[in-house]
Design a protein around this ligand. Sequence first.
Ligand code: SF4
Length: 192
Amino acid sequence: MKDLIAQVRNCRLCESHLPYYPKPIIQAHPTARLLIIGQAPGQKAHASGIPWNDASGNRLRNWLGLDTATFYDSSRVAIMPMGFCYPGKGTSGDLPPRPECAPQWHAKLLQQLPQLQLTLLIGQYAQHYYLPDAKSLTENVRMTDLFLPNFWPLPHPSPRNQFWLRKNEWFEQDIIPSLKATIHRIIHEKRA
Ligand code: SF4
């Protein structure tokens, strides 16, 4: 895994499309049980090198019932976005993750994460890539049972997504308690 992560960190595949120098952001270890696949790092994560170190990350940790130390413990939680580098700004928010990235790296990384029990698919890009039967994001999130035990689709926890969260109150009322219980079991159950 160390060699593979070093290869990812040296990747320059889509450098000509990026606003800054490539700075792939990834957290992975062969013993991780939970995988978080989001979109792409924002500008703040690009600067700090730390994923989900913002208001979105705070809400995500709250949804998962994980404290910061556990969330950033690579032996338990892997973090692998659809695009590992900050893609730049578009007219309304950040640009989509670079399309070259997941096909280039994800399958190789997944081969080295043999203990994964659950993958969280955050946002439409991860859901379209991993769920052949993906519908709208709202339907995917509502129909979690269709994708378990391997995948759990989630909306983006960004403050920009407040409208969706207000419109779909069932998500935080009904889905989040069940998600928290599942994550607690996966993270804390004794290893064989
Ligand atoms: S976004 Fe992905 S493919 Fe592009 S340079 Fe970064 S690691 Fe490589």
